[in-house]
Design a binder for this molecule. Structure first.
Ligand SMILES: Nc1ncnc2c1ncn2[C@@H]1O[C@H](COP(=O)(O)OP(=O)(O)O)[C@@H](O)[C@H]1O
Ligand SMILES: [Mg+2]
Length: 567
């Protein structure tokens, strides 16, 4: 949004002024020459002539020089007026606060040059236009982008309306070099993501998962997913069951007893394993769990040689009636999302409806948009299951390459993360997904929201494991802001005090350690400013640029605004 500043500017201007002076003097001499010898055309000789009195100053030169000075003054006045009329266009200086936080921060380490070198090293065979994931612009004169590298995951805490969607998600979608996943519980950014991806990858496919019909009008699913396809052994069955368990209402919410949670989850897992083994749909899992049927899954698993799960199922069948009932009730609570037919329609293979294949997706330029209601409810299990499935497919794909990295990075923006997905493994993913080229960015409205979803320790683990941590303002949580202020650190403030005693003034200097960013300054972070902290010790204030103010996105905005209802 800011014109590049050419360092040649001052030289060009100086040359221009010299040319005008030269032209004024010699044109003036032609118009109204002085008596005697004319001035030499060589400025150096002319200077000597004037100094030695060999020639006299032509009166015409004085007249034309005055005219030129007047013209330049008028031109400057016009330029100054024009630039003050559009302050938004001109790079403004940093505030005292921004200078204080950014002083000494080595922001270049996270900008274009370094990131491009890193990107070439990580993805030597891929053609990637952007050197990294755009977070915000540096506040120095050059206003270059501060970039997240293609081996870093990021975690964001920004209050509502601070620009998570319009300064980050839409921007990332447009620039993502390969497959792109976003979650959301609103339609706000979705039309711009759709437009951006269509402009960028006309041949790429868009998968809009929208069982709640937030954006689509059509009754029929746009495509179907097969959550059981990742269930290949007892461990992966437990994983999928735990995704459903985390998304389901907990025992306290339903007045049940959490004591049976582990057994209920196991029962659900063995039903999932049996259905996957026998090639049966997810509906079958719901049937077995609802009936409390241990016999049929046990039979399938026995034939497939899963002796552990078979023993567990048989043991459960021999439990006292009351215990069994409680375990079944727990499993039913955990599988409760499967009762909704409109959601299950998206999770059941149907002739004529395309099937989504995570393994193909992670190597494509496709876009997957996962939409839910304000609070995801039962859909959270499916959205989380699908995100988990894609993550596993990406890990498997990365493992096929000697670099153990996706050849082209995949970007996943988990917008409205606290409302939309319940991914029990997300904090663990943060520790190793970046190095595999799986770039996860998760966005929380507040630290409390993150802690409510993952628990305090696990959320802290996620935050600490993120290579890039962004605070986008709008938070009043005093202890959290104080911790952030402490992390940003202190500077030495010099105080000069003047004392007067017996008519003699004396000055003394003292230094004091003060916070670079106080709690109040962090709480009141101005609009379109964010604090970026990296795991390698950079803390800077950046400008976040909403797409509606970015000329590069004008076409995306125009195309997005014209998207109507999708059938
Ligand atoms: N076209 C626009 N012009 C000006 N402001 C806008 C426009 N569209 C959205 N906004 C504002 O931009 C801000 C950022 O919005 P958004 O990115 O959706 O925030 P978040 O995702 O953090 O809730 C909001 O305050 C919103 O009111
Ligand atoms: Mg948003």
């Amino acid at each position: 949004m800011y014109g590049r500043r050419y360092p040649a500017g001052p030289y060009v201007m100086a040359l221009g002024v010299a040319v005008v002076i030269y032209a004024a003097i010699y044109l003036g001499q032609l118009m109204w020459p002085a008596e005697g010898r004319p001035l030499s055309w060589n400025p150096l000789s002319a200077g000597i002539q004037l100094a030695t009195g060999e020639a006299t100053w032509p009166p015409g030169a004085t007249v034309l020089l005055l005219v030129a000075v007047f013209a330049v003054a008028v031109l400057l006045a016009v330029l100054v007026r024009r630039s003050s009329k559009s302050p938004a266009q001109a790079p403004r200086g940093m505030t005292e606060f921004e200078r204080r936080v950014n002083a000494g921060a080595n922001t270049r380490r996270i900008q274009e040059r370094e990131r491009r070198a890193e990107m070439r090293h990580l993805h030597p065979d891929a053609e990637i236009a952007e050197a990294g994931v755009q977070v915000g612009r540096a506040l120095d004169r050059a206003r270059g982008w501060v970039l997240q590298s293609y081996r870093q995951c990021s975690a964001h805490i920004w209050g509502p309306g601070r620009g998570k969607t319009l300064t980050q998600v839409v921007r990332h979608a447009f620039h993502a070099p390969g497959a792109y996943v976003m979650t959301s519980n609103k339609t706000d950014g979705v039309r711009y993501v759709l437009a951006g991806r269509a402009l960028r990858y006309p041949a790429g496919r868009v998968w809009l998962f929208d069982p709640d019909r937030i954006f689509r009008a059509g009754e029929r699913p746009a495509f179907t997913i097969d959550l059981l396809s990742t269930v290949t052994d007892s461990k992966s069955a437990e994983k999928l069951a735990s995704v459903f368990a985390s998304a389901a209402p907990n025992a306290h919410q339903t007045g049940g007893d959490a004591q049976f949670d582990p057994q209920g989850r196991e029962f659900l897992a063995w039903c999932m394993l049996a259905a996957a083994t026998a090639g049966k749909p997810l509906r079958q899992v719901h049937l077995w769990v609802s009936e409390g049927n241990t016999t049929d899954p046990a039979e399938i698993l026995r034939d497939a040689g899963y002796s552990g799960p078979v023993a567990a199922l048989r043991g459960l069948a021999k439990q006292p009636e009351r215990t069994r009932g409680s375990v079944f009730a727990t499993a039913q609570r955990m599988a409760s999302a499967m009762v909704h037919d409109h959601i299950m329609a998206w999770a059941t293979a149907t002739p004529g409806v395309p099937a989504f294949d995570p393994a193909v997706f992670v190597t494509s330029n496709d876009t997957l948009i996962l939409l839910t209601q304000e609070k995801a409810g039962p859909l959270a299990a499916f959205v989380s299951g699908l995100v988990t499935q894609i993550s596993h497919a990406a890990v498997a794909e990365a493992g096929r390459h000697s670099s153990e990295r996706l050849p082209v990075p995949m970007i996943m923006d988990l917008d409205e993360c606290g409302n939309v997905v319940t991914l029990p493994d997300l904090p663990d993913w943060y520790t190793h997904f970046g190095s595999k080229g799986i770039i996860i960015n998760s966005y929380f409205q507040s630290p409390a929201q993150g802690e409510a979803t993952y628990g305090r320790d696990r959320f802290m683990q996620l935050w600490d494991a993120a290579g890039i941590r962004v605070y986008g303002g709008g938070i009043d949580n005093e202890p959290w802001l104080r911790a952030l202020s402490d992390l940003i650190g202190t500077y030495e403030k010099t105080n000069v005090s003047t004392t007067t005693s017996q008519g003699n003034k004396s000055q003394s200097e003292s230094t004091q350690q003060q916070a670079r960013a106080t709690v109040a300054e962090l709480a009141n972070l101005p609009e379109w400013r964010a604090i970026v902290r990296t795991s390698n010790g950079v803390s800077v204030v950046v400008e976040t640029v909403p797409v509606f103010q970015d000329p590069e996105f004008a076409e995306v905005m125009r195309a997005g605004n014209s998207i109507g209802v999708i059938e």
